[in-house]
Each structure stands twice: as structure tokens, then as C-alpha cells.
Design a protein around this ligand. Sequence first.
Ligand code: NI
Length: 193
Amino acid sequence: MNDLSYPIGAAPASSPALPEQRSAAIAALRSFPAELSGAVAGLGDTQLDTPYREGGWTVRTLIHHVADSHLHAYVRTKLALTEPEPVIRPWDVDTWAELPDSRLPVQPSLDLLAGLHARWAELYSSVDGPGWERCFVHPDLAGRAGRPPAAWAQAFQADEQGRVRLARWLAVYIWHGQHHTAHILGLRQRKGW
Ligand code: NI
């Protein structure tokens, strides 16, 4: 882990628990697409195709990755809200990033995120007290007693059955958006763009 890979550090240990913390987190979820769009505003193709660090993803790939990732996260949120402890489908982040739609202009993914987050924030706004304890089951995180999960998985704070709670999920995805936005802003700062 280095500063360029984790410019804002790892996901925070705490999840929104108080009503005002939850309102703030939902507001952050709602405002994220505008912040991400702002982070890439004015960049041309050569800049979009620049890795944010040596050996890292390009800005273009980062944007499409965020769309892929948040699509999954939204679906998992809806599954948790509509089914008892649904087992979700893992996906291969790196291989998804190599598919041809990750070479498109960034606007389709920025537009997708704008619509997705409007709906996602509305969903979280509707969650009541007990609803925040609803969960999905991540099959890669179940039955791992004694075996430490990867760094990304530690952030999910799954229990031994692989259950990830909606409050935790919101905290992870606020962080995830800010994490990748910081990659782009850091690059722009270092390049003087
Ligand atoms: Ni990511």
C-alpha cells in the first residue's frame, strides 16, 4: 500500500450509525457523480489515457471501473432489501476493465453514474431502523475463519458467514468513490493539469 494507490488511506473502520451520519452519507452518495465529473472536466484523450500512477489504471479505465463497481454495489443493495440474506455474484474487476467498453469516452459512464446514484441515494433514504441491518452474503467471504481476507474484503467487515450489512456497504462505497476521485485529482495536481 502506498500513497499513490491509497491517497485517502483505507476505508474508515466506522459505518454510519446515527441518523445525522446516515443523512450525511446519503448526501455524499447523491453528490458523488457531480464530484467525479468535476474531477475529469476538461481532460482530453491523451490525459484520459494516462495512468494515474506507474503501472496503474488510466483515468479512462478508472471512470469505467467506478461505473462497473457501483452498478454491482447498487444491485447488491437492492438484493439485500428484497431477499433474505441473498448470496451475491462476485466479478473479476481487472478482467472487466479490459473489455472494450472500458475504452469508450468517459461520458457514458459519467451519465450512467448520475442516474444510478440518484436511484441508489433514494433507496438508502427509504431504509428504516431495522433495514440498516439487512445484508447480503459474499460467498468469497463465508467460512474463512482463521484466514484473513484480502484488503478489499476486510473493508466489507463481513461476519464469518460472509454477511455484509447495508450500513457498512454505504460506508465502503462512499470511500470507494472518494478513493478513485483522489487518484484522478492527485494525477492532475502532479501533472499541473
Ligand atoms: Ni475500485
